[in-house]
Ligand binder design. Sequence first.
Ligand code: G
Ligand code: G
Ligand code: MN
Ligand code: NA
Length: 250
Amino acid sequence: RTMEQDLRKALPGGEFELYYQPVVNLASNEISGFEALIRWNHPKQGMIAPASFIPLAEEIGFIVPVGEWVIRQACVTAAAWPEHLHVAVNISAAQFRSPGLMQVIVGALAASGLSPTRLEIEITETVLLQNREATLSVLHQLRALGIRIAMDDFGTGYSSLTYLQCFPFDKIKIDRSFVKDITENAGSLNIVRAVAALASGMGMTATAEGVETSEQLDTITSEGCTEMQGYLFSRPLPVAEIERLFLSRR
Ligand code: G
Ligand code: G
Ligand code: MN
Ligand code: NA
C-alpha cells in the first residue's frame, strides 16, 4: 500500500505522537517551555520523522486535520504543566492558509483551559510568501488573543529583513545550520551575532536552535541569544519522559 493510504489511516488509528523538546532561557538557566514535534509510529515501519511525511501531508491536504490534532494535543498536555511554561507548535504554510485555523486554535484553548499567553505558534518564511494581507490579518488576530508568534528556521528560506518589520513576531529562531559551525566559521558567527542584535533592537527574543556542545552554548550566550534549544540540553522526548525528567515535583 502507499504511504498516502497509510497516512490517511494514521490519525484515526492513533499512530501520531507528540514529542517535546525543552527550550531554555539563557539568563535564568531555567526551562521556559517546550516545542511540540510530531512523530508517526507506523505499525510496520516504526517511527517515522516528520520530514518524511509532513510534505506529503501538505500535498494531499491532510496537514489540516493532522495540524488540528497537534494543536489540540499540545494545548491539553501543556495545560497540565506549571503555569510559567509555554508550548510551541509548528504550523506549516498550507495549514496556516486553511480558513478554519483561528477557530481550531480558539477551540483548542477553550477545551484545554490553556491560557493563550502560554501558546506559541512557529511559522517559517514560506508562510509569508503568499497572501501577505491575509497572513498579516491572521497573525494580528493570534497576537490579539495573547498568543506569541515565532519566526522558525530563520535565515534558511527566503529571509527578508522586511518580514521582520512587516510582521508582528515575538521571537526569532535562528536555524541550527548557523549554530552548527559557529565556533569554526566566522560567517556563521557573524550571522548569529547580527540576528541576535536585530531581534533585540526590534523587541524580539532570539532562540538558538540545535545547540549540541558547550562551546556553542558559550558562544550563543555571549552573542546575545536569549534562549537555546538543542541536544546539549535534551533531545525531543515523549511527554512521559519530559514530565519525569523535567517536571516532577520534589
Ligand atoms: O525533529 P524534527 O525531525 O522533529 O522535525 C523536523 C521538521 O518537521 C521540523 O522542520 C519541524 O518544524 C517539522 N515539524 C515537526 N512537528 C511538526 C508539526 O506538528 N507540524 C508541522 N507542520 N511541522 C512539524
Ligand atoms: O521546527 P524545526 O525545523 O526547528 O524543527 C526542529 C528540528 O531540529 C527537529 O527535527 C529536532 O529534532 C531537531 N533538533 C533539535 N535539536 C537539535 C540538535 O541539537 N541537533 C540537531 N542536529 N537537530 C536538532
Ligand atoms: Mn520549530
Ligand atoms: Na527551526
